[in-house]
Design a protein around this ligand. Structure first.
Ligand code: DOR
Ligand code: ZN
Length: 346
């Protein structure tokens, strides 16, 4: 049995660092495990221009430890300026653009109302090789919440890729068998991130003995058949799937509410959670590629030089952690984890 695993330092290809009072805490948790992170732009107001992305990057840099690199993204709106976007990409200020369909999730009211309204932007992105990161859910009230991702593939993703066949596209936080199969069968310019929570819970977790706000995120967890398909995809060895936690903190009172926010805060224990899944699937040998190689190769970035070590051994996850001026209930709160993060080097 493997009791200790040392892998190349991983990156997190999908994080919500927030801003203001949360920033020092979110950055510390993510930077402890990951060398780089794709920073999502759904602040309020959202990060819609290169200038706003640079200002946000400076605020992150002020609280970040040495060696942590935030990779900035722009929040696409119906009014995104392709010239500003291309200039930001060319000078390294921004790495990718995020597509939130309007009203899909937290702070997405400014999102894109119809993908065709950003076709000139997609044309530019395809031409310059800038990745489009997609929150893949339709938002019309007539579509059942559990079907929103699968319907998005048919209604938006397939037509968009037909019109922009060379567009680099990351289908973010996939939650369905349909999405895993779509990405596996797509050409190499299409990839997906998978969260640790969607590999661990199915939708029953949201209703286990009562309503469980800390298991609520978007896209919402689906049936068991989908969780199993995600585990198969993540551990398959395919270079199209890589680590993206979608760590998304909300204070305890914002989750435990009559209208609780969507999001799971897994930055403190993401690697422990992912490695447990790979261990259970008999795929520890494929963990390094998923966590540390497939992402940078897709983004065209160098692999990290340092390492992290994970060891087998029980740890109880705290019930709450400090976050800004409040508290947060982290992923796997109060549960015993069977792998430990033993530290990063280099
Ligand atoms: O659960 C989620 N939380 N899903 C998202 O897409 C956004 C995120 C957030 O920002 O809270
Ligand atoms: Zn997200």
């Amino acid at each position: 049995m493997t009791d200790s695993l040392t892998i190349r330092r991983p990156d997190d290809w999908h994080v919500h660092l927030r801003d203001g009072a949360f920033l020092a805490d979110t950055v510390a948790h993510t930077a402890r495990q990951f060398a780089r992170a794709i920073v999502m732009p759904n602040l309020s107001p959202p990060v819609t221009t290169t200038a706003l992305a640079l200002a946000y990057r400076d605020r992150i840099a002020k609280v970040a430890p040495a060696g942590f690199t935030p990779l900035m993204t722009l929040y696409l709106t119906d009014g995104t300026d392709p010239v500003d976007m291309a200039a930001g990409f060319a000078n390294g200020a921004v790495t990718a653009c995020k597509l939130y369909p309007a009203h899909a999730t937290t702070n997405s009211a400014h999102g894109v109302t119809d993908i065709r309204s950003i076709y000139p932007v997609l044309e530019t992105m395809q031409a310059i090789g800038m990745p489009l990161l997609v929150h893949g859910e339709v938002t019309d009230a007539a579509t059942d919440i559990f079907d929103r991702e699968a319907v998005f593939i048919e209604r938006v993703l397939i037509p968009t890729l037909r019109d922009f066949p060379a567009l680099k596209l990351v289908f973010e936080h996939i939650t369905t068998k349909e999405a895993a199969e779509f990405v596996a069968a797509a050409p190499d310019n299409v990839a997906a991130t998978i969260t640790c929570h969607h590999l661990v819970i199915n939708r029953n977790a949201i209703f286990a003995g009562g309503i469980r706000p800390h298991a609520y995120c978007l896209p919402i967890a689906k049936r068991e058949v989908h969780r199993l398909a995600l585990r198969k995809a993540a551990t398959s060895g395919s270079a199209k799937f890589f680590l993206g936690t979608d760590t998304a903190p909300h204070l305890v009172q914002a989750k435990e509410s009559g209208c609780g926010c969507a999001g799971i805060f897994n930055a403190p224990n993401a690697l422990e959670s992912y490695v447990t899944v790979f261990d259970e699937e008999g795929a520890l040998g494929r963990f390094e590629a998923f966590a540390s190689e497939n992402g940078p190769k897709f983004y065209g970035l160098p692999l990290n030089e340092g390492t992290v070590t994970l060891t087998r051994g029980e740890t109880v996850m705290p019930a709450r952690l400090p976050m800004g001026e409040g508290e947060i209930v982290p992923w796997l709160a109060g549960e015993t984890m069977n792998w430990r993060f033993a530290g990063a080097e280099g």
